[in-house]
Design a protein. Sequence first.
Lengths: 344, 344
Amino acid sequence: MTSKLADIAEYTGLSISTVSRVVNGHTRKYRISDKTKDLILSAANELNYRPNALARGLRLKKSHSIGLVVPDISNPFFAFVTRIIQNYAHSSGYSLIVCNTDESIDSEKEQIELLLSKGVDGFIIMPVGIESAHIEELLKENYPMVLLDRCFESLNTNSVLVDNYMGSYTATEHLISLGHRDIAIILGLKNTYTTNERLRGYKKALEDHNIIVNSNYIVGKDYRIENGYIETKFLLNLETRPSAIFTTSDLITVGALKAIYEENLKISEDISIVAFDDSEFAPFLKSPLTAIRQPKEIMGEMAVKLLLADINSNKSDLEKSKIVLKPKLIIRESVSDKRVLAVI
Amino acid sequence: MTSKLADIAEYTGLSISTVSRVVNGHTRKYRISDKTKDLILSAANELNYRPNALARGLRLKKSHSIGLVVPDISNPFFAFVTRIIQNYAHSSGYSLIVCNTDESIDSEKEQIELLLSKGVDGFIIMPVGIESAHIEELLKENYPMVLLDRCFESLNTNSVLVDNYMGSYTATEHLISLGHRDIAIILGLKNTYTTNERLRGYKKALEDHNIIVNSNYIVGKDYRIENGYIETKFLLNLETRPSAIFTTSDLITVGALKAIYEENLKISEDISIVAFDDSEFAPFLKSPLTAIRQPKEIMGEMAVKLLLADINSNKSDLEKSKIVLKPKLIIRESVSDKRVLAVI
DNA sequence: GTGAAAGCGCTAACAA
DNA sequence: TTGTTAGCGCTTTCAC
């Protein structure tokens, strides 16, 4: 049903090369006559011609597709960013091959290898973050790449990040400013740049306000709902229960909510909460959630922009850009004002 | 840095064909000696061999990738289903090329064309639904395909659906059973199978309980938050305001919530709501949301399963499967019991 | 057991 | 202004 260049060539009595030139719009460059051009174009239409991207990619060593590696595409944050990336990439003529790693480093390596096989022109990676050797490899071989949302301190890569340190500092300081001193933090995946930065911001805010860091209040190990649930359960049953919890990712927040309501506690009244990552639903929760909002659309667009620049630059020694965006505290009602209570 | 078959052939002094046979695991079939096999395998490793999927695909006319066409990947429902599909496809040896249509039929046609160019082995499509000619085309040319979440009455395709009629009937009947008679429905995209079915279920439930259908109460035109917001605003300001609203998709629900709280109304007390599509956040909303839950994981897995069966069947006259799954009503607290109020 | 060679559909350097 | 041809990396038939 679908035809190839040779079919059109035969049909029109012209050569394959001429047909190729016309269907690729190189008519000017090769000074193809209008007659020939029209003939070929209508034949292409007639014969239902569809270019074969595999053949084209093989020949040109360009597939016009980019590989997206994401930890969990069902997580609202990643889902949103993925949509932005898809849209922007598509409008720039690139398709997206999407790979989910489920936060597994082995899966991540495997997926990258696969994408390499598929001949993607570049990568946008939201890495698991606990290991970087395979990313370094990519870097050494000069594959166009940008790291998104998470990066490695030790690696000089293109990256688009949110200022995790600042976001975390702001969130913690907000709590402190409302009189909280017993503040817990539930962290995501250990030993990653993102987690380290968020922890650093938390600690620094406490220290700056002369609050001693309580290691019992620093918990968590990954980004799943269960982690949020378990750690919140733990915190709520501590002898000296914290007055506030800082959840460092949206799925952790869901787990925390689950645990809090299960314990029949009221948010704000009994326990305050501030979340990293804002959600569409945040304003409509029982206790509208005070949250750190990340500029998701900008992150997505910026990542594609950077990647395309990288792809289209021939110099391998192109400067790498590290773009850090500022998150924003959205104050709602999930944090109690302990100062008022003290006065009463 | 990366090598090809010819490099290994040269390195080992063997021929390209032998190398190909070994790296593809056809050693038995061709009775390759163990010595040769080991030699080649270690050379492949040494030289960092990576198969070129483009060349392979060109030769075999199989790309081991499948095209996923989705209306809005940032919508939690689609995001979740996409993750399931990605995981299952990957574990079956297939990559996913993901295309977002933003509910635009033109975009959908374009994306399908593009996927065809890329030589995908099959399609999983969640179609916009207002037009089917391009899908029919695919069908005629015998491309493996399954329609997911939405389908066309007129087309005999593989499809995995939720029983929209029943879900809608159940939701509406639930409202009626609690004494509601003025029930509005906010619909998604017009003239699509899904919307028609949901409307049909709503109407039938009303009719079965001798409630006259009020056309003022049937509103909505697409799946965006704004649609939910605008239509809810409209409904709430009607002279005879409905006592309950049935929102037929999760983004519509978000918009409805926004409008309701903006009008300073209390859910349940002032206005009841039941939603099609359950959300992680639903239990933690100000008014925990009564919702119709769709079996998302099953839908995703089933779609891949069906597609792989289609891909691997050589007979073009393979029976098409239409799988209809049952949704489930999750009762929470967003619907008031009007019967009690009447008694009081 | 292994190799030579054709060809998948396309592009571009070179020729005319 | 158009055509001839080599070759991208791979699989597989046919030959030995």
